[in-house]
Design a protein around this ligand. Structure first.
Ligand SMILES: NC(=O)c1ccc[n+]([C@@H]2O[C@H](COP(=O)([O-])OP(=O)(O)OC[C@H]3O[C@@H](n4cnc5c(N)ncnc54)[C@H](O)[C@@H]3O)[C@@H](O)[C@H]2O)c1
Ligand SMILES: O=c1ccn([C@@H]2O[C@H](COP(=O)(O)OP(=O)(O)O[C@H]3O[C@H](CO)[C@H](O)[C@H](O)[C@H]3O)[C@@H](O)[C@H]2O)c(=O)[nH]1
Length: 330
C-alpha cells in the first residue's frame, strides 16, 4: 500500500488515480486546506488529517502495510510565501520533519518527494540540469530545498531510499475529465486563461512584457500532470526494486513556451478570444525556466508523452465539465 500525502490536491489526485489503475492500494492523508475530497478516487482510502499530527501518522503506519510514501502535501504559492514565509517553513519544512521522523520511527522506507524547479532560482543557463547550483529566490523554493537537504541527510545517516522530483510547471487534467486543477484563488497561467475564456474571469493579465525573451514574456516548461504521475510510478517501482535509492530528477518537457504563446494556444484550442491586460512583473519570476529531463529519461526510462495542445485540451475539457470546480459538483 502507498501513502499519498496531499492526495486530494491537483497533482496528488492524478497520481492516486494512476496508482490505483495500475493495481496499487492507496491511502490518502490530506487536511483539505487546498485540496478537495471529491478529487480523491473512490477506490482509495481517505484519512482527513494533518501531516503534523504525529498520532495520526503513527496510526496510519500501524494500521496499513505501507511500502512507500509519496509526499505532495505542501503550500505552494510563490507570492504568498514571500508575504507569509513562516507559514511555508512551518507547513513545508517543520511538518515534513515530523513525517520523516514518523517514517523512521515506524521503519517505513521509500519516499518520493515533490520538489520544484523553484529550487534553481534565477538560472544562468537556458536548459536546467540537476547538477546546477540551487539558489532559490523565494521562501517557497527555499522551503522545498531545505526538505531536499533533510532527506539527503537522513539517507546519509541511515538506510532511507528516496527520490526527489523537481517538477517544472504542472498543467492539464486527466483525459477522463473527472479530475483537474481547482485552486482558490487560482494563480496559475493556463487555468486563469481558460477560466477567463469560460467567462469566469473578466480578463487575463500578462505579468511583465519586458523580460529577456523573444516576445518579452516569461518562458516556462509546461508538463502534463499525467506525465508527472507516470514519473512517480517509475520512481516508485525503482525504489521498490531497490535499484537506485537516492536521486533527484527534473520533470519537464525540455520545451519552453512564453506567456503570450500559452494564451495563443488557449485561444486556438477553444476558438475563443482573450481580453489580455499587460500588468506589472510578478516578484520573483525568472525570465526562463526550461528543464533537461535527460537524467529521468536515462535512469527512470521516463519521457513526456503529452504535447502543449494535449495539456490545454484536457484542461479545457475539465473546466467545461466543472465550470464551478469541485465545490459545484456536490
Ligand atoms: N503545481 C505545480 O506546478 C507544482 C510545481 C512544482 C512543485 N509542486 C509541488 O507539488 C505538490 C502538489 O502541488 P499541487 O499543485 O497539487 O498543490 P495543491 O495545493 O493542489 O495540493 C496540495 C495538497 O496538500 C494538502 N496539504 C497541504 N498541507 C497539508 C498538511 N499539513 N497536511 C495534510 N495535507 C496538506 C492540501 O490540502 C492539498 O490537497 C506540492 O508539494 C508542490 O509544492 C507543484
Ligand atoms: O494570470 C497569470 C498567471 C501567471 N502568469 C505568468 O505565467 C508564468 C507561469 O506562472 P504560473 O503561476 O502558472 O507558474 P509559476 O511558474 O509561477 O509556478 C510554478 O513553478 C514554480 C516554480 O518556479 C512553483 O513550483 C509553482 O508551484 C508552480 O506552479 C509566469 O511568468 C507568470 O508571471 C501571468 O502572466 N498571468
Amino acid at each position: 500500500m502507498i501513502l499519498v500525502t496531499g492526495g486530494a490536491g491537483y497533482i496528488g489526485s492524478h497520481v492516486v488515480k494512476q496508482l490505483l489503475d495500475l493495481g496499487f492500494e492507496v491511502v490518502v492523508l490530506d487536511n483539505l486546506s487546498t485540496g478537495h475530497r471529491q478529487a480523491v478516487d473512490a477506490r482509495a482510502e481517505f484519512v482527513k488529517g494533518n501531516i503534523q499530527d504525529e498520532l495520526t501518522l503513527d496510526w496510519l503506519f500501524d494500521t496499513y502495510p505501507i511500502e512507500g510514501v509519496m509526499h505532495f502535501a505542501a503550500l505552494c504559492l510563490v507570492g504568498e510565501s514571500v508575504v507569509q514565509p513562516l507559514k511555508y517553513y512551518e507547513n513545508n519544512v517543520a511538518a515534513t520533519t515530523l513525517l520523516l521522523k514518523a517514517m523512521a520511527r515506524n521503519r517505513i522506507a521509500n519516499l518520493i518527494f515533490s520538489s520544484t524547479c523553484a529550487t534553481y532560482g534565477i538560472p544562468e543557463v537556458d536548459i536546467l540540469h540537476e547538477e546546477l547550483p540551487t539558489r532559490p529566490v523565494n521562501p517557497y523554493g527555499r522551503s522545498k530545498l531545505m526538505v531536499e537537504h533533510m532527506i539527503r541527510d537522513l539517507a546519509d545517516a541511515q538506510p532511507f531510499p528516496f527520490v526527489c522530483l523537481r517538477y517544472f510547471n504542472a498543467a492539464g487534467a486527466s483525459p477522463s475529465g473527472t479530475i483537474g486543477e481547482c485552486h482558490d484563488p487560482e494563480t496559475h497561467l493556463i487555468p486563469n486563461v481558460l477560466l477567463h475564456l469560460l467567462e469566469k474571469k473578466t480578463d487575463v493579465s500578462v505579468f511583465g512584457d519586458d523580460y529577456d525573451t523573444p516576445d518579452g514574456t516569461c518562458i516556462r516548461d509546461y508538463i502534463h500532470v499525467d506525465d508527472l504521475a507516470n514519473a512517480h510510478i517509475l520512481a516508485l517501482q525503482r525504489l521498490l526494486r531497490g535499484d537506485k535509492t537516492a536521486a533527484v530528477y527534473n520533470l519537464g518537457t525540455g520545451t519552453g513556451y512564453s506567456v503570450t504563446e500559452i494564451i495563443g494556444a488557449c485561444e486556438s484550442i477553444t476558438g475563443r478570444k482573450a481580453n489580455v491586460i499587460h500588468a506589472e512583473r510578478r516578484p520573483g519570476d525568472p525570465d526562463r525556466l526550461v528543464a533537461s529531463y535527460e537524467k529521468a529519461r536515462s535512469e527512470l526510462g521516463w519521457s513526456p508523452q503529452y504535447s502543449l495542445e494535449d495539456m490545454v485540451r484536457t484542461a479545457w475539457k475539465w473546466h467545461l465539465r466543472h465550470p464551478g470546480g469541485y465545490s459545484a459538483d456536490q
